[in-house]
Design a protein around this ligand. Structure first.
Ligand SMILES: C[S@@+](CC[C@H](N)C(=O)[O-])C[C@H]1O[C@@H](n2cnc3c(N)ncnc32)[C@H](O)[C@@H]1O
Length: 722
């Protein structure tokens, strides 16, 4: 076996249930035999898969049905035969879908998919090695992540110079340390020769290089490119791993483009193996360095390789073992499947499917867990602009976004509050489940976003929705007594990085603190908006498209502590992993395990969190320990006050920017005066304005003088001139 195969880290070990079922595989294989589509043409056909594909792919994810990757999926739809919708008993769907084009993209082999990608993938040439990884293990498993050819027991200290490194890692000749690991591989050398010449086995490589040199001599061929290849090979052979981020006290490593990024990728995979090893002595790692040193380097390498800030990587890495963390970050590099929801207020899924198929769209049901979802594989037409779309027959909606509504399970004639609802994917789904009965209050604090919400409500034919535009923390003062409330909370979006890569770099610790604070305020308002006496409901669903514990379990646990009249109940969702019962030394209410987490690398859908509460009557006169706790809680809700416009607002927190009402008044007056002046109306300004008289401590300088903001000084000058 070639050196590349020996030395590389095996691909991340497939998670339980992540291996596509045999039927799918065999169909793919059959199809592959029939047709090997060209990359270029497939690229065109695969327009439905939006987003950039610039990094190392997880090819299997892209064609897997959403939710397919996780756990025991035995109860889910078997993948459909081409051209057939699954039998959906409830809807009696029996239509055979004439999916003429189906399978063209779906039948792409993994390596073909890899070829589609550009950027680092190509330059780093991982595609071959990826495919090869899968062949390595006869049991059909990827090699253990810890497996690597470099024995760092004898690795030199960081101070060692390059020569030293070269000596220590001269694995090209008598390399005892490699023997154990690779003896059995020798027979396979032939097979792997063509895999990646840069990583060919020692002997092969030497022989190849010798041949090459001889050829060159003969031909007098000293072309630059060949020289380059030879040099790179040597670099690779002499390469060892150090932990630069650790040695620099956690500072960022400056990475040059090209080979450095490849090095980072190699080290990253090696570090995953080291970090996973149970050996406390870290014998596979860099001598003298601890597990946390290796983890720190891994954090930096992931940040560098995938383009995150190290803070966020650190935060997200804590959620997973090292191999799963890498799988999570990798899955954020490829788009999730395109999914749509049939609007049962206007059509049936099978009719919609047929209509779209007639337009050349390739699709299939999303999975057994949804009766209204379709996964779109290819579409020759923009899926957001078909006549069916414009007629409101479907919503372009991420699979994960179905989940909170399924958990909410609204019943006909109920009153439902959707606290943060724009642009209305979930509102319109609730409306459909209510069959246009009952009433939904669809609220969003962002006025602009309520426009798209309203548009969607109209397009989808929802007649039971009232759109409102409040800060949801004003509920239940605005209106309460709901049978069910959905709080799809504003969040950091760490579950949807594949859609919004800006999250990789624009989130700080402060953002997470502020978001969690808002979410905690919102969840209490949501609970208080529910009618505990509801005959049919009394439920709250809390969801986010984030995977951080701060925004999920911590918020849920907080709500349980603050409101002893609520308890968590089963979400009713068929898949997803349990929420964390404890995290970083903090123990949550054990019932938090009833919440569900969804991950891109496990469920092939956006990262998501869903919790369902049952709200019961408050017991009178009990000052429970929970309430006492509340008094001491750092997360204390800010007290509310009514502002000048009669709106309920928070009392300002210390340290958070404050407003001086008197100053405000002056500015408002000034702008009113300007507005009137524009209309040709002059008003007297002889009356001194309030701010200049302010006694606010903020308005005073250290020597007690009143500080007048520049703009006000100008205003005063103008006034005195007048
Ligand atoms: C995750 S999005 C909601 C998506 C929506 N549920 C859907 O399925 O289409 C969060 C929404 O919360 C809104 N929002 C943020 N802060 C809010 C607040 N204090 N009160 C109400 N809505 C808020 C944002 O404008 C945003 O539209």
């Amino acid at each position: 076996m070639g050196r590349r195969a020996k030395n590389k880290q095996a691909d991340v070990k497939p998670l339980p249930g992540s291996v596509p079922d045999k039927s799918t595989t065999s169909r793919r294989q059959q199809a592959k035999k029939k047709k090997a589509p060209s990359t270029a043409s497939d690229n065109k056909k695969f327009k439905a898969q939006k987003g950039s594909l610039t990094k190392k792919p997880l090819p299997a994810h892209r064609r897997k049905k959403v939710d397919e990757v996780d756990e025991d999926d035995s109860d889910l739809d078997p993948a459909l035969l081409p051209g057939q919708l699954s039998e959906d008993e409830d809807e009696e769907e029996t239509v055979k879908v004439k999916s003429m084009k189906k399978g063209k993209k779906a039948n792409l082999s993994d390596s073909e998919e890899v070829e589609e990608r550009s950027g680092p993938v190509k330059s780093l040439q991982f595609s071959d090695s990826e495919a090869e990884d899968e062949d390595l293990n006869d049991d059909g498993e990827a090699l253990p992540l810890g497996q690597h050819a470099f024995d760092l027991d004898e690795a030199p200290s960081d101070e060692d110079d390059e020569e030293g490194l070269g000596d220590e890692f001269n694995i090209g000749s008598d390399d005892e340390m490699l023997d154990d690991e690779f003896d059995e591989d020798e027979d396979e050398d032939d097979e792997d020769e063509e895999v990646d010449s840069a990583f060919a086995s020692d002997e092969d490589e030497d022989a190849e290089m010798a041949d090459e040199a001889a050829e060159k001599e003969q031909d007098g061929d000293d072309d630059d490119e060949a020289d380059g290849i030879q040099t790179n090979l040597e670099d690779d052979l002499e390469e060892t791993y150090t932990l630069p981020a650790v040695d620099r006290g956690g500072e960022e490593e400056e990475i040059e483009h090209g080979t450095s990024l490849r090095d980072v990728e190699q080290r990253m995979r090696w570090l995953v193996g080291v970090c996973l090893s149970k050996d406390d002595k870290m014998s596979k790692g860099v001598p003298g360095k601890s597990r946390s040193d290796h983890l720190l380097q891994l954090q930096h390498d992931i940040a560098t390789y995938f383009g995150y800030n190290t803070f966020l990587v650190g935060k997200l890495m804590k959620l997973f073992p090292a191999d799963e963390a890498l799988a999570f970050f990798e899955s954020n590099e490829s788009p999730r499947p395109v999914t749509i929801r049939a609007n049962t207020l206007r059509t049936r899924r099978r009719d919609l499917a047929q209509a779209l198929i007639n337009r050349g769209v390739t699709l299939e049901p999303i999975g057994k867990w949804s009766k209204v979802g379709l996964q779109v594989f290819e579409s020759p037409v923009p899926i957001g602009a078909t006549p069916e779309y414009l007629a409101g027959h479907y919503m372009l909606q991420a699979a994960s976004s179905f989940l909170p509504v399924i958990a909410l399970a609204p019943q006909p004639n109920e009153r439902v509050l959707d606290m943060a609802s724009a642009p209305g994917g979930k509102t319109t789904y609730i409306s459909a489940l209510l069959q246009n009965t009952g009433t939904i209050f669809a609220n969003d604090s962002n006025k602009l976003r309520t426009k798209s919400l309203t548009a969607n409500i109209h397009r989808m034919g929802c007649k039971n929705v009232i759109v409102c535009n409040y800060d949801a923390r004003e509920f239940p003062k605005v209106i309460g007594g709901f049978d069910r409330v959905l709080l799809d909370a504003p969040c950091s979006g760490t579950g949807v990085i594949s859609k919004d890569a800006s999250v990789k770099v624009n989130k700080t610790e402060r953002d997470f603190q502020l978001l969690a604070h808002l979410q905690k305020q919102l969840i209490l308002c949501a609970i208080d908006s529910i009618n505990p006496n509801s005959a049919t409901g009394g439920y709250l669903v809390y969801s986010t498209c984030s995977v951080t514990v701060d925004e999920n379990e911590s918020v849920v646990d907080y709500a349980l502590r603050k409101r002893p009249n609520v308890k968590l109940v089963e979400t009713g969702l068929e898949f997803g992993v349990e929420g964390f019962k404890s995290f970083e030394g903090k123990n949550f209410n054990p019932s938090v395990s009833l919440t569900r987490r969804f991950y891109p690398h496990k469920h092939n859908m956006d990262g998501f969190f869903v919790a369902k509460f049952k709200v019961e009557k408050r017991k009178k006169g009990i000052k429970s320990s929970t309430a006492q706790e509340e008094d001491q809680d750092q997360d204390k809700q800010p007290t509310k006050k009514i502002n000048d416009e009669g709106m309920v607002v928070d009392e300002v927190e210390e340290g958070v920017s404050t407003f001086d009402n008197a100053e405000d008044d002056a500015l408002i007056e000034e702008s009113k005066r300007k507005a009137l002046k524009k209309k040709g109306i002059k008003i007297s300004t002889s009356k001194p304005t309030k701010p200049l008289q302010t006694t606010s401590s903020e308005g005073k300088s250290s020597n007690g003088q009143i500080k007048v903001p520049k703009s006000k000084k100008m205003t005063e000058k103008r006034r005195s001139k007048a």
